[in-house]
Ligand binder design. Sequence first.
Ligand SMILES: [Fe+2]
Length: 227
Amino acid sequence: MTADDFTLSEHDLAVLCRTFRDDTELDHWLPGGDQYRRRAYQCFHLAMGRLAEDGPGALTAIGQPPPYVQSKQINPVAGDIERSFQLIPPDHPATDPTKRIATAVALLLEANGVLSAARTPHCLVDAHYMRLIAPGHPAPEGKHRDGLIAGSAHLIQRTNIGGGVSAIYDRYQPDRELRSFVLENPLDSYVFDDERVLHYTTTITVTDPAVGAGLRDVLLIGFRERE
Ligand SMILES: [Fe+2]
C-alpha cells in the first residue's frame, strides 16, 4: 500500500510526525539496555460487523488497554513479559489518522478473507508508534511472527538513514523469501497474514553524521482476537 490507499492529508501526516517526536518514550524492554528505540502505544476495539458501513467508526480507542504480552516462543527478546508502554490517549490528535490507517488495512484484510465478521467479529487493534534512532535494529528478534492474526507497517518518516530493508518469508520455509522492499516515502506500507509469513527488517545506519540524527518512524498495526 502507498499514500494513495489512505485518506490522509498533509496535516494528518504532520500530526503523526509530531506524535512520534513528542509523545514516544524510551523503550525499556530492549536487550542489553539498548536505547535506540522510542515508542508509544494505543489500542482499539474493532467491531468487524460495522467496518464496511461505518469505516473508522467501527474502531473505538480504549482508554486503559490491558498490558501487551507476547509469548517467549513468538518473541525471544521480550516474550512472556507484561509490557506497558507510553499511552496515546483516545482524545489525542493522532487517534483519528491512526484509526483511518487501521481501517484501510482492516478492509484489505477483510477483502482477502483474513478478517471477517463471522470468524473474527471482535478484534483488538494494537497501534505501536515506533521511532528508531540509527544505528538500530527494527527487528531485534530476527525473522519473526508477531503472534497475531495479521499486522501492517506504515512508514511515517525516514530521515538520513541507510538500510531498513524489509522482507517477508514463508512461515514454514524461513529461507524462502517471498518479497523484499524498502519503505521509502510517507505511508509506504506492507500488510501481512501473520499465520502464514514471517517478517524482518534489516539494521538502519546513519547516512551522513554531519546532517544529524538518522530516524525511522513506523506505525505498526496488529490485529488480534479479543478474548
Ligand atoms: Fe513484528
